[in-house]
Ligand binder design. Structure first.
Ligand SMILES: [Fe+2]
Length: 375
């Protein structure tokens, strides 16, 4: 075991100082060196005890003496974990926790509630407020350090997955923006598909997958040469072969991310046809995953109602009439086209969709991600 002595920054009361810490090779799974912990406690003695426990770590420690103070710190600092006393002036620890967990900006910061009162009732109250851990004083240094380390590692993993997902979504939108004809296509598709899923009473996980599928369904086009993707005029048989691979390549790009698993069937199967004449697998009827059948209807409707180099934008009525013809030809799921038509009538979806709440969907999506990592 190699021991390395370093001089990492640590902080007391938000002021950085330089203190020696020790890094060992087997600690390579430690949280990032710049992890920041906020201690919210009105008692100086309690804050001092915690500082003492965390002294050997490399974390940056900030302090607040009340909930109001904590909000001020959180406004200006990127905090990775919060330790909050059960009893605070004005607002209790659990109430502060509830406020932070209901705020999109702070909801994924792990929170530890501390109390000096023994008893299950306190603990239940603390955990019900959304806290991630509950510790009873007197604190055992090793236990506190181990739990904090585990929570910070989890938080770092959530952050990096979120970043990776954001990169994929940005990539998908970059593909869309290369073609001025498809501007806004992903956003509308996400809206149409989620609204249809809501109208069908699908579970939240499916709604989230539909929303994400709206953005990611064509991500495989990144590997299709521009000469084919933007070709003016009909594609040759060979070019069509290449174009069709975007479904499988898209699935391959996204399958590395476990959290995108519910979206994979949408990406792979959004060009199947109800009669089995589609691609890539020639699935028919209900063999085609339900979410892929939903997104497909939205995809076609959007393509029909927007202008393309080879056609003008059709009216909504004409687009629906073409979709119904495609049902009669056996290509589309008639039940879904029916629901989609009702969704359009009851909650017209324009450039600013009103049938769903993007904030809610994104929040649920991140919440699931967090839960998955906590397991
Ligand atoms: Fe596609």
């Amino acid at each position: 075991m190699q021991t390395i002595t370093t001089h990492e920054p640590s902080a007391i009361n938000g002021h950085l100082s330089t203190q020696p810490t020790f890094l060992c090779e087997e600690f390579s799974y430690d949280p990032p060196a710049d992890s920041c912990i906020l201690i919210v406690d009105s008692q100086e003695i309690n804050r001092r005890v915690l500082r003492g426990i965390l002294k050997s770590s490399r974390y940056r420690i900030l302090e607040a003496t009340s909930a109001e103070d904590a909000f001020t710190v959180l406004d200006r600092e990127k905090v990775d974990l919060i330790i909050v006393d059960f009893v605070l002036p004005q607002m209790s620890g659990p109430d502060l926790c509830r406020r932070l967990k209901s705020n999109r900006k702070t909801q994924f910061i792990p929170i530890v509630i501390l109390t000096s009162v023994q008893g299950a009732e306190n603990e239940i109250n603390g955990m019900a407020s959304g806290a991630d851990e509950f510790l009873t004083q007197p604190l055992h240094g090793d236990v506190v350090r181990a739990r904090i380390r585990a929570m910070l590692r989890n938080k770092a993993a959530v952050d990096s997955l979120e970043e990776a997902e954001n990169i994929l979504f940005a990539l998908a939108q970059a593909i869309e923006h290369r073609d001025p004809c498809t501007a806004g296509h992903c956003q509308r598709l996400a809206a149409y598909s989620a609204a249809t899923g809501i109208a069908m009473g699908l579970p939240r996980t499916s709604i989230i997958a539909l929303h994400r599928g709206g953005y990611l369904h064509d991500i495989g086009k990144i590997v299709i040469p521009d000469s084919i993707l933007y070709k003016q005029g009909p594609l040759t048989v060979e070019e069509w072969e290449i174009m069709r691979t975007h479904t499988i390549r898209g699935e391959q790009i996204c399958q590395a991310m476990k959290t995108l698993a519910p979206v994979l069937p949408i990406i792979r199967h959004h060009h199947e046809r109800y009669d089995g004449s589609g691609y890539p697998d020639g699935l028919r009827g209900t063999e085609i995953p339900l979410l892929a059948r939903i997104l497909q209807v939205s995809d076609i409707y959007d393509a029909l109602t927007t202008a393309r180099p080879y056609k003008p934008a059709f009216s909504s009525a004409r687009a629906m009439s073409i979709l119904e013809e495609e049902c009669q030809a056996g290509w589309r799921d008639p039940d879904i086209v029916q629901v989609f038509s009702e969704v359009l009538k009851n909650a017209p979806i324009g450039p600013e969709p009103v049938a769903w709440d993007e904030g809610w969907i994104v929040q649920q999506s991140l919440h699931n991600l967090h839960r998955e990592l906590s397991r």
